[in-house]
Design a protein around this ligand. Structure first.
Ligand code: SF4
Length: 371
């Protein structure tokens, strides 16, 4: 990008009211913002030339002072099971990844919200790289633009978005909120709140605040039924212990029939014993919380292992026997290292890439991840 391009104002990532305010400085009517929104998020325009319902003069004005950011994916990998992984090089040279998971009628995109993560969960590849920076709303929402455009090219539609890639979305609330508004806007992606899921390691106050603001779904990375073990696996537990976390999960306002999902990465010999399952069932008893069990997916440098099938099945059976809805998540995209927890996001700046598949230390995909 040239210096001139960088100086132009990026319209991608603005919410509709922000865009309306921006255009009002030029005396433009509010419906102009809606027109632009449709071009950017429904027709995935990358410039203003083809916006034929805008006057030539207005297009010239926009071209002179604005831009629509949209880095092409530097790498696209496609798994034998149809899962796709996209690597985006950001304008400052950082990189993030997104994963698209086709599943029956659904097309679910798992997006990143931070480059790296500060929370340092012991089993997480993203956590191992540390925190580099927050992503902007433009960078967050562009992942959805890219996937939706790609899907449109083959007559498909993006149906679900999950904030389960790199980073803790509730530590980047302003930018994630703006992205959510664009995803939910009828002039943007037009997704219902049921189809947008925010996955958190358990930032309790922010989860409750966001639940008040947006009708989105939540997935919480729980991973242990006792504070001592959870604090060991997830240091954030020292700040928001299980009692507070589970109370918050029960308080999240739920629309009819909706449940909060508890994500539980099964680590062999660590948190997969029958007594762990029983303790978890006690924690969630009488709630609307459902449990997704995720057998650990190994990644470079990881010190944990996945339990055997029998152990995972037994764990699930104990939960189900106690009246808790529980499923074991099917592994997706393993051959391209796009499975939950395999993604590292440590794509080094300026092309010095290591590890991962095909020379890319795969990004995104924290194990507080996809449902
Ligand atoms: S599991 Fe989520 S919160 Fe924990 S380190 Fe990984 S990305 Fe961060």
């Amino acid at each position: 990008m040239t210096g001139w391009e960088a100086e132009r104002i990026d319209l991608k990532g603005m919410t509709l009211p922000e865009l309306e305010r921006f255009l009002s400085r030029w005396g433009k009517e509010r419906y102009r913002a809606r027109q632009l929104f449709r071009w950017i998020y429904q027709r995935f325009a990358g410039d203003f030339d083809g916006m034929t319902d805008l006057s030539k003069e207005f297009r010239g004005l926009l071209t002179g002072s604005c831009r629509i950011s949209g880095p092409a994916a530097e790498r696209v990998e496609v798994s034998v099971d149809g899962t796709e992984k996209y690597l985006f090089r950001l304008e400052d040279g950082e990189a993030v990844e997104s994963v698209l998971i086709p599943d029956d009628g659904r097309r679910t995109l798992c997006i990143s919200s931070q480059v790296g993560c500060a929370l340092g969960c012991g089993f997480c590849a993203t956590g191992a790289m540390g925190f580099r920076r927050d992503m902007t709303s433009a960078e967050i929402v562009h992942q959805a633009c890219f996937a939706a455009k790609r899907l449109e090219g083959r007559g498909e539609r993006l149906s679900n978005v999950v904030f389960m890639g790199m980073g803790e979305p509730l530590q980047n609330v302003p930018e994630v909120s703006r992205a959510i508004e664009i995803l939910l806007s009828q002039y943007g992606f037009g997704l219902s709140g049921k189809r947008v899921t925010v996955s958190t390691a358990g930032i309790v106050p922010e989860m409750l605040r966001m639940a008040e603001r947006y009708p989105v779904s939540f997935a919480v990375s729980v991973n242990a039924p006792r504070d001592e073990l959870r604090s060991h696996l997830m240091p954030i537990n020292r700040k928001y212990p299980l009692r507070d976390l589970v109370a918050a999960m029960k308080r999240v306002p739920l629309r009819s029939g909706r449940k909060v999902t508890a994500e539980y990465v099964l680590l062999s010999g660590v948190n997969d014993a029958p007594e762990d399952a029983r303790a978890l069932a006690l924690l969630f008893r009488g709630s609307r919380i459902k449990v997704n069990l995720i057998p650990f997916n190994p990644h470079d440098g990881g010190r944990y292992a996945a339990p055997g099938r029998e152990t995972a099945d037994r764990f699930r059976e104990i939960l189900v026997g106690a009246g808790i809805q529980a499923i074991t998540r099917e592994r997706r995209g393993e051959d391209i290292r796009a499975a939950c927890g395999q993604l590292r996001g440590s794509v080094h700046k300026y092309g010095n890439r290591t590890g991962g598949s095909g020379g890319v230390a795969a990004g995104g995909g924290a194990p507080h991840s996809r449902t």
